[in-house]
Design a protein around this ligand. Sequence first.
Ligand SMILES: O=P(O)(O)OC[C@H]1O[C@H](O[C@H]2O[C@H](CO)[C@@H](O)[C@H](O)[C@H]2O)[C@H](O)[C@@H](O)[C@@H]1O
Length: 379
Amino acid sequence: MDLKTGLNSPVIADHLPTLALPAAVMTFTTPTSFPSPGLCLNTTKKIPLPGKIEEVRAAGWLDLMKASSPTRKRQIKDVICDAQSDLDLQYCNWTVNYPSALISFEAISDLAGSKRLALFLDYDGTLSPIVDNPENALMSDEMRAAVRHAASLFPTAIISGRSRDKVFDFVKLNELYYAGSHGMDIMGPVRKTTDSNGVECIRSTDGKEVNLFQPASEFLPMITEVYEKLGESVKDIDGARMEDNKFCVSVHYRNVAEDDYKKVFHRVTAVLEGYPCLRLTHGRKVFEVRPVIDWNKGKAVEFLLESLGLSESEDVLPIYVGDDRTDEDAFKVLKASNRGFGILVSSIPKESDAFYSLRDPAEVMEFLRMLAAWKEQST
Ligand SMILES: O=P(O)(O)OC[C@H]1O[C@H](O[C@H]2O[C@H](CO)[C@@H](O)[C@H](O)[C@H]2O)[C@H](O)[C@@H](O)[C@@H]1O
């Protein structure tokens, strides 16, 4: 395949930087109640209109850059100001459509019944709180213990936009499976299927036999090159920070003055003009540059379920917990297959393909503890 032009690739998904439209353009209607035992997640939420992904205009990006991930300062101000009750009301109304996984725990455990649970967890904003410096996004010991306990009872994987090595350095648990670079670098169990396309069997650091799957490996030289160029192009912008996520590059603007957001956007898109095989997505105060291949966190979930021998079975309940736009790909996969569900971690109302919600990592920890306690007491 010609990586400069993107021609002749069987895996090219689209060539444009893509972004979902702001939530305001996506409507949903009546409250949903918990689905029947068959997990009919066909709720009455309206499906977003076709064309929700559109060619990105700078103005649209800018609005989203400002809106993405409210800063702590704004949250503190909100607590003080009179509008707090309105915010609470908005959040409450929103949870009618995205019920709290804690409050709905009984319904979840009823549904799980004797099914085999598989847990998929995002890292930043899900297992660790969002902080200004990405290097400081540490996971608390309590959270680590909760994840370890859950992983001793259910197959558990972390699926992150970070590089696999970095997310492992934060989590430090050998009993999990890891997918870094938005699922483009998977270290999972030895596949139980005969189809081993692109999968390399290796030994992990603790001597376990594992499979390594890296569908974007041919992009590595290009990603290294673009990392250098992007770093050079934003180096004079105060607060802009680069992060090498192996098969993806993050350009952080959390610490950039709002007046300079436009500059960051233009510098990044100018560099990317020379790379039609790379695309730009937008996370929480971060631009993520990644290969245009038909692979994302949703595909990683499918891949891991298959590797675990859990993809064909009716009695499996996959649960994915995440806070970011990139987690929506995984929520969609579960929703479309009507087998499991997503849990969106958010303290503000957001349109999502998740079914349940949790406010923040503290609630995620509580949920993991509840799952583990339920499992132990029901076996
Ligand atoms: O898939 P994830 O594990 O959620 O990774 C997505 C990005 O997360 C990190 O950035 C976010 O968290 C940082 C630390 O709290 C925060 O400073 C930043 O503003 C957030 O966007 C990570 O640093 C990125 O590389 C990931 O792409």
